[in-house]
Ligand binder design. Structure first.
Ligand code: AMP
Length: 485
């Protein structure tokens, strides 16, 4: 089976009388950071669905001419994250299936963990299933009556199929008349609901999005985050909520790495803006790992809020040490190590006058392979830094994610098998400290909330089939990961 790792952005809008294609374009543009490989949308005019998708950034895939041809009342959209090896048109979403009266479209953020088992149970050859998202679409299509069923057939099919799915999934669906949002029972990936000013005489408008800035950009007001295990159906009668999963499967485990790196800083998760959490991570890092230095700087962009916090708590002046080319994407996604290393130079350039002769505290959110970090440290030294003290606002990243963040194999994760001292040598820094998991959870400040921190602890809340070369640590079925106190 082709491994399609889906770390993506999803969007849905129900707004009769409004220009839903443009709204979806704006929403996807705000979610571009969640996926830069492909983009697409499915639009319904009340009777027919039209799907348009392609490889590339949102602005590459859509232009004014294409958008103006996509008239409709409701739409869903998707941005897909790039991974080496599974980068192909066939993985672009939304996925479409011609089942039921109008057919349906589907967009997925996450990764199922029981794809092979589901394929086998459905009598499909696992080797022929293109991706977990395709399989879900096939199962839903098979659960439709075949075109003669009621208009709400998609809902009925979802009620049948969803309870069998394991793993991480935030979905948006649409058929001719409705938009549906679903969050898995662990709520691994975010999904939120917003209200949109309706067109004159039209029913109320609603928006679903992976992250709240996609609501802001279309002028929707944030209503709430969907709950783990919740399905919402949006049509002309409003929003209906139901729980298609058994109650004993509900166990909130929002991905802790969304707070560390993945989500936008202006996104609201667990009730708080992510930027504040990142600033507090830096503040706690300053108390946990102080150092005598002349300047605190953040690695742009994701290290900057924590650097601000470190500077504030330590009293060491904050300064900018690196300029990031704002037109460049995330270097991490380049398929080869050489490309990634070159990518760093394209992306970051030092501010020599700010750095020369200084002892620096350099704050970043995480170290994954170490490629970016190592090249960046060398760059700072060449620019005249006297000392480089690296402070990371999360614990060592040691385990691959099977729930929707694209991570390398375990043997490529710098911290998987190395001690901190070995990492210090590899990176060429004067000192290195990682924020503790307790401090990370404290910084997020969502008392009682549950997290998945499998990438940091190796404890996977939903059983995963680990490739043998990933490691020898057994994955405990049903084991729990960090829960905030
Ligand atoms: P590296 O130095 O190669 O370990 O890359 C670490 C940098 O990549 C960090 O500064 C993060 O901001 C960023 N990063 C962390 N996780 C991911 C991810 N899953 N996808 C893309 N970039 C990431």
């Amino acid at each position: 089976m082709m491994e399609a790792k889906e770390a993506c952005g999803v969007f849905g809008v129900y707004a009769p009388g409004r220009d839903v294609a443009h709204l979806t374009f704006d929403g996807l543009y705000a979610l571009q950071h969640r996926g830069q490989e492909s983009a697409g949308m499915a639009v319904s005019d009340g009777e027919n669905l039209t799907v348009m998708k392609d490889m590339g950034l949102v602005t590459t895939v859509f232009d004014e001419r294409k958008l103006s041809g996509l008239g409709g009342d409701l739409a869903i959209g998707h941005t897909r994250y790039s991974t080496a090896g599974s980068s192909s048109w066939s993985n672009a979403q939304p996925v479409y299936r011609g089942a039921g009266r109008s057919g349906f479209g589907m967009a997925h953020n996450g990764n199922l963990t029981n794809t092979a088992e589901l394929a086998e149970r459905a009598g499909m050859l696992p080797g022929l299933v293109a991706s977990d998202s395709d399989l879900v679409a096939d199962l839903l299509a098979a659960a439709h009556a075949g075109g003669d069923g009621p208009a709400s057939e998609l809902e009925a099919a979802l009620r049948l199929v969803l309870p069998d799915l394991q793993g991480a999934f935030s979905f948006v669906f649409l058929d001719a008349e409705r938009v549906v949002g679903v969050r898995d029972p662990n709520g691994f990936r975010p999904l939120c609901l917003g209200r949109l000013e309706p067109a004159a005489g039209a029913p109320e408008g609603w928006v679903l999005a992976s992250e709240s800035p996609a609501l802001d950009v279309v002028g929707a007001t944030f209503v709430r985050e969907l709950e783990p295990g919740e399905m919402v159906v949006i049509d002309g009668t409003g929003v209906r909520s139901e729980r298609p999963f058994p109650a004993d499967r509900i166990d909130p485990r929002l991905c802790i790495f969304e707070f560390v790196y993945f989500a936008r800083p202006d996104t609201r998760l667990y009730g708080n803006e992510v930027h504040g959490a990142r600033r507090r991570m830096g503040e706690l890092l300053a108390t946990q790992a102080p150092v005598d230095a002349d300047m605190v700087m953040g690695v742009p962009d994701s290290g900057v809020p924590a650097a601000e916090g470190y500077a504030r708590a330590s009293g060491i002046p904050y300064g900018q040490g690196l300029v990031k080319n704002r037109y460049i994407g995330r270097t991490f996604i380049a398929p080869t190590q050489t490309e990634r290393a070159n990518g760093v130079r394209r992306k970051l350039n030092p501010l020599r006058e700010n750095i020369a002769g200084k002892r620096l505290v350099v704050v970043d959110d995480s170290i994954v392979r170490g490629t970016t970090t190592r090249a960046m440290v060398r760059m700072l030294r060449e620019a005249g830094a006297l000392e480089v003290h690296l402070r990371i606002s999360s614990p060592p990243f040691r385990w691959p994610c099977f729930y929707g963040i694209d991570t390398p194999d375990r043997d490529e994760l710098l911290a998987a098998t190395r001690t901190v001292d070995e990492i210090v040598t590899f990176l060429g820094v004067d000192s290195l400290e990682y924020l503790t998991l307790d401090h990370l959870v404290t910084a997020i400040d969502a008392p009682g909330a549950g997290f998945c921190s499998a990438c940091l602890t190796g404890t996977y809340p939903v059983p995963v089939a680990m490739p043998a070369r990933v490691g020898t640590v057994a994955v405990l079925a049903g084991a729990t990961s960090t829960t905030a106190g």
